[in-house]
Design a protein around this ligand. Structure first.
Ligand code: ARG
Ligand code: ZN
Length: 877
């Protein structure tokens, strides 16, 4: 263990910066061995800080070598500045001055992938959150906004493309024959939005005409061999630009918008001003190599990064505690965009399913934190599902409380009031409140209180006066550092059905409607519905109107009714999931108790109706047929018995398959579409139902089904169908599964993004040799520890495998811990993310829990990065 452990920083300690940087002039002299960065900062004391003689303290990193420092062109001798814990400190400064410093970097040795680094043959940057300090000494905080001018000097033949933020304003040759390009970004921005790219890149050009009839040049850059895979992203970009004008009145502001794809990237993508940088897995798409899911992901992430130009860049965050100000809002915006482009209900089901599986698990674990955290050790650890997804749910609830028009008035006020500023979540809520007149005082607790509220509902029908009463209780479990919780303002959308499934109107607070938004604001409240003649079936939490766990004791027959008849598409899915969860929980219990599994499945009836109703959206049918995942069942369980979960799920799937074999075969055939691949909602829907049906049908061990899996694998004209066939073969332990995996690799070994999918599928297999398989993959020529996508595929995939990861002797945990220790120094962000499955140790069955805990303790005994230290120490606390 280190002598001194890293310490936390707190929101309550926020102070405005003592200095401002009006202009930032950077020069990069790029070279393979060493890169020299010269920075000239036009600084002055911040009047808002008050009169002071505070020293100038600039952020830097250990990997930055300082060559020299000057003040107003006077070179400072070493005794006039000092460097302590990565910070450069100058005690005596004027009120206004130009600070210059020269730093030396070795981007080729930068394995953290923060700051300036090499990916394949190019140079690129990643500065959010605190990467800029790995380039030069700076006030690396988002409330310091500056106008950047960037000069890049590089060898013409190896780096013909030299990019940075804003507009190219100058291009010339240096005396030694290198190219010199100057970029100027007129919009003041924090350093986290700085970007630079240099390489021998191919480009695809396009033009977008804005609503005020300005032409914007659009450019997507990739390595030459990938340029044929950017058409879809380009179209998605244009759709996003149009949508933001229509839905939010936001027009693009520079004359050029560029996107670059890089292979080595810690996250999905980055919204640098005018120069977005993408993980190539989130940008490139072609029918042969990309699945439907990935197409939709590309579209959503292109939109997300583009939308940040307003929600993030024009209006940015005051400090990193406010991260959800830009991320929660931007996720909400991209979710709404995707819903508008495809199906609203399908999108909602997918988002909620993800939230309930992964964010709920985070909120129930040792890393639980409010959407606006109160403290952190390493900000990179707070790019979380809570900040992003739960943050988006908060914005969605504001939308529900205000209604569409007032919400838009609120967002207009927010953008106009704070354009060019670095602000807080409170400022966002204040704009929403001021524009709408809706009181959001209590609602704001959603930002500061962690944990998933549990809403328990009971009901009572009074036949004499025709009233139906819902009693709702809310209770948020304690989370680390927050032992007691206050009641939240929870919007609960509710409808009522009669016994045939017809919508009923009823009166609540003098409003008669088929659909009501109830405001649960106390610990316990009663809501009365008047004007009913018989006991209704409640459809609760329609559209998942709040991120809560709903408890209401539904009879299976009522779940079947909701599943087939509710006017709210989301709740039809939700009812099916609840029914499946109930049956699976019965089976899980039988498995734990060593009993023979058996269930009288009501679900089969529901599925049967669904499979024969041609009026339904096939994509919705496919989602309803998808049984709750092992991960979701683990989130619900306490304690978690991994083997029982796996067994129960396999049993129910086979059971349903055998009961409905003919329906699955028919549906498979009905939804097999021919023709050229298109990533449209309609075609995607057919493929998803077809492949879902096949995944059941093959469980019957029917020979035709088994042959069809092989045929589809061989004859598919698109990756969705080919990869589905492969996954189905692997997951159903098809006798040819190993052969198909080998054939797939052979066919696609030159397409890294396809190979990543293969690595993930191979690593997540459920079989006894799962751990050995994963160890083998780490030695495979396709594996590369330097590439985050490959690490995520193999180790992320492995973390999902119940048989491999949760091996009884703890060897799966030990293996993952070894990899975390290996990656801890090399790439702390990736290492820290890999810890997630280990943070669940307290919820595991006792025999496994102790083994997992021991691995966390072993990691903690190493010399750790701040990133890994924070997650592991909090998990053990
Ligand atoms: N702002 C980016 C996005 O959500 C995420 C970048 C975060 N990067 C990081 N290394 N923490 O669009
Ligand atoms: Zn974002």
């Amino acid at each position: 263990m280190k002598e001194s452990q890293p310490s936390a920083i707190f929101l309550k300690d926020y102070k405005v910066p003592p200095f401002l940087i009006d202009k930032t002039e950077l020069t990069f002299d790029l070279d393979e061995a060493t890169t020299i960065v010269t920075s000239r900062l036009h600084m002055r004391r911040n009047p808002a800080f008050g009169k002071s003689t505070a020293p100038l303290v600039l952020d830097g990193g250990e990997d930055v070598k300082l060559i020299g420092v000057a003040m107003d062109d006077y070179s400072l001798p070493p005794e006039e500045y000092r460097i302590s814990e990565g910070k450069l400190i100058i005690t005596a400064t004027a009120d206004k001055f130009v600070f210059t410093c020269e730093t030396l970097l070795e981007p080729q040795n930068n394995t953290r992938l923060e700051g300036l680094y090499r990916s394949s043959s190019m140079f690129c940057t990643q500065c959010e959150a605190e990467g800029f300090r790995h380039i030069t000494y700076y006030l690396d905080r988002p409330d310091v906004m500056s106008v950047f001018t960037t000069t890049i000097i590089a060898d013409q033949s190896r780096y013909p493309v030299l990019l940075s933020n804003g507009n190219e304003v100058e291009r010339s040759k240096t005396d030694d024959g290198k190219t010199l390009v100057v970029w100027h970004d007129p919009f003041p921005k924090p350093a986290y939005l700085f970007a630079l790219v240099a390489g021998d890149l191919a480009v695809k050009n396009d033009v977008f005409t804005t609503q005020s009839k300005r032409d914007v040049k659009l450019q997507i850059f990739t390595e030459t061999h990938n340029i044929d895979k950017v058409d879809y992203a380009m179209e998605a970009l244009k759709r996003s630009m149009r949508w933001d004008e229509e839905a939010y009145g936001r027009e693009y502001d520079l004359d050029i918008f560029m996107i670059v794809a890089v292979d080595d990237f810690n996250m999905g993508a980055m919204e640098n001003k005018g120069l977005n940088i993408f993980n190539s897995s989130c940008l490139l798409a072609s029918p042969e190599t990309t699945t439907d899911d990935s197409y939709l992901r590309v579209e959503a992430i292109v939109a997300h990064e583009y939308f940040h130009n307003w929600s993030g860049n024009r209006v940015t965050c005051r400090d990193w505690f406010q991260l959800s100000l830009k991320e929660g809002f931007t996720v909400f915006r991209d979710q709404t965009f995707s819903a508008d482009m495809h199906s609203e209900t399908v999108k909602r089901v997918e988002d909620v399913s993800f939230l309930k599986t992964a964010q709920f698990a985070e909120d129930a674990g040792p890393m639980a934190h409010p959407v606006r955290p109160a403290s952190f050790i390493e900000i990179s650890n707070f790019y979380t599902l809570t900040v992003y997804e739960k943050g988006a749910e908060i914005v969605r609830m504001i939308h529900t409380l205000l209604g569409k028009e007032k919400f838009r008035a609120g967002s207009d006020l927010y953008f106009n009031r704070h354009d060019g500023q670095a602000v807080t979540c409170d400022d966002f809520v204040a704009a929403m409140q001021d524009a709408s007149g809706v009181d959001l005082t209590q609602f704001k607790r959603w930002y500061s209180q962690a944990g998933t509220p549990i809403v328990t509902v009971t009901d009572r029908f009074d036949a004499e006066n025709g009233t139906y009463r819902l009693t709702m209780k809310q209770d948020t479990p304690a989370t680390p550092g927050q032992p007691t919780k206050l009641p939240l303002h929870i919007p609960i959308r509710v409808g009522l059905l009669d016994e045939l499934g017809n919508a009923l109107s009823a009166t609540v607070d003098n409003v008669n409607s088929e659909d009501h938004v109830l405001h649960l604001i106390s610990n316990e409240q009663v809501f009365e519905f008047a004007g009913l003649t018989a006991r209704p079936v409640p459809s609760l939490l329609r559209g998942f109107s709040a991120p809560v766990k709903l408890r209401y004791d539904y009879a299976p027959a009522n779940l079947l009714l909701l599943m087939s008849a509710d006017s709210d598409g989301f709740n039809r899915w939700s009812a099916a999931q609840q029914l499946a969860v109930n049956e699976l929980n019965t089976l899980i219990k039988q498995s734990i108790d060593g009993e023979t599994l058996s269930v009288n499945s009501q679900l089969a009836h529901g599925f049967k109706t669904l499979l024969s109703d041609a009026s339904l959206d096939p994509a919705m049918v496919a989602l309803v047929l998808a049984l709750p995942s092992q991960a979701y069942l683990s989130e619900l369980a306490n304690p978690i018995y991994p083997a029982a979960i796996k067994q129960a799920r396999q049993y129910l799937k086979a059971q349903l398959a055998n009961t409905l074999a003919e329906d699955f075969e028919r549906v498979y055939r009905e939804h097999s579409i021919s023709g050229e691949y298109q990533a449209t909602a309609e075609d995607i829907a057919h493929r998803s139902l077809k492949n879902m049906a096949l995944s059941y049908w093959v469980e019957t061990k029917d020979e035709t089904a088994h042959r069809i899996v092989l045929e589809q694998f061989q004859s598919a004209n698109n990756m969705t169908d080919q990869f589905s066939a492969l996954s189905i073969a692997v997951n159903s332990q098809h006798e040819k599964a190993a052969e198909l995996l080998a054939a797939f690799y052979e066919q696609w070994k030159d397409e890294p993004l396809v190979v990543n999918k293969w690595l993930m599928l191979t690593a997540s297999q459920e079989h006894d040799a799962a751990l050995a398989t994963v160890k083998g993959l780490m030695e495979h020529p396709a594996f590369d520890l330097k590439n985050p996508n490959k690490v995520r595929s193999v180790l992320g995939g492995f973390g999902q495998s119940m048989s491999g990861f949760h091996k009884e002797d703890g060897s799966g945990y030990r293996f993952l811990a070894d990899q975390i220790i290996l990656l801890n120094k090399r790439n702390p962000q990736i290492a820290s993310r890999l810890c997630t499955p280990l943070t669940r140790w307290k919820k595991l069955q006792p025999e496994l829990s102790v083994k997992m805990k021991a691995e966390l303790e072993r990691i903690l005994s190493e010399e750790l990065s701040k990133d890994v230290y924070e997650v592991v120490s909090k998990s053990l606390a």
